[in-house]
Ligand binder design. Structure first.
Ligand code: AMP
Length: 147
């Protein structure tokens, strides 16, 4: 059985595990859906953060949201992609982390989300924390304490 002081891990600040904003693909709320689809397809990610011009977190956009927005009765209306703005189709109510949050909050939230955006005190986007990174840390910690 694992005999570790759980708090040791749970209280760690998330700061060190953030994938910083320069490395994160994003779209701007004013971009059109055609540009967004291009970014999503090129990067291969199924969803990415949406930011405003001041780099503040606005929401999340997935390829599914784009496809649904151009779904006609009998066909997919690709020609409408350039007219649709990202902020009209993105998910606005999203779970996110603050830089000052602990590992515990991240762990609670990644159960339902593959990644979480991280913002600073002013709501400026600083990066993301992924389920993969959290699981890696958890595994490392469990293995370390098993010995
Ligand atoms: P991963 O854990 O690397 O499979 O990433 C899980 C999800 O996090 C991806 O499907 C993306 O939605 C998002 N993600 C991971 N890395 C990036 C990145 N560099 N830029 C944008 N989104 C990312």
């Amino acid at each position: 059985m694992l005999s570790i002081n759980n708090r040791e891990l749970l209280d760690i600040p998330i700061k060190d595990f953030i994938i910083s904003s320069e490395k994160v693909a994003h779209v701007q709320s004013g971009n059109n859906a055609e540009h967004a689809l291009l970014v999503l397809t090129r990067t291969g990610y199924s969803s990415i953060p949406v930011l405003d011009v001041k780099y503040r977190l606005q929401g999340l956009l997935s390829s599914k949201m784009i496809t649904e927005s151009i779904l006609g009765l009998e066909r997919i209306e690709y020609e409408r992609l350039s007219e649709i703005k990202v902020d009209t189709i993105m998910e606005k109510k999203i779970a996110y982390l603050r830089v000052t949050d602990t590992f515990k909050r991240a762990l609670d939230l990644v159960i339902n989300h593959a990644f979480l955006s991280v913002v600073d005190e002013e709501g400026t986007f600083v990066g993301i924390m992924t389920r993969r990174v959290i699981l890696k840390q958890l595994k490392k910690y469990i293995y370390m304490n098993e010995r």
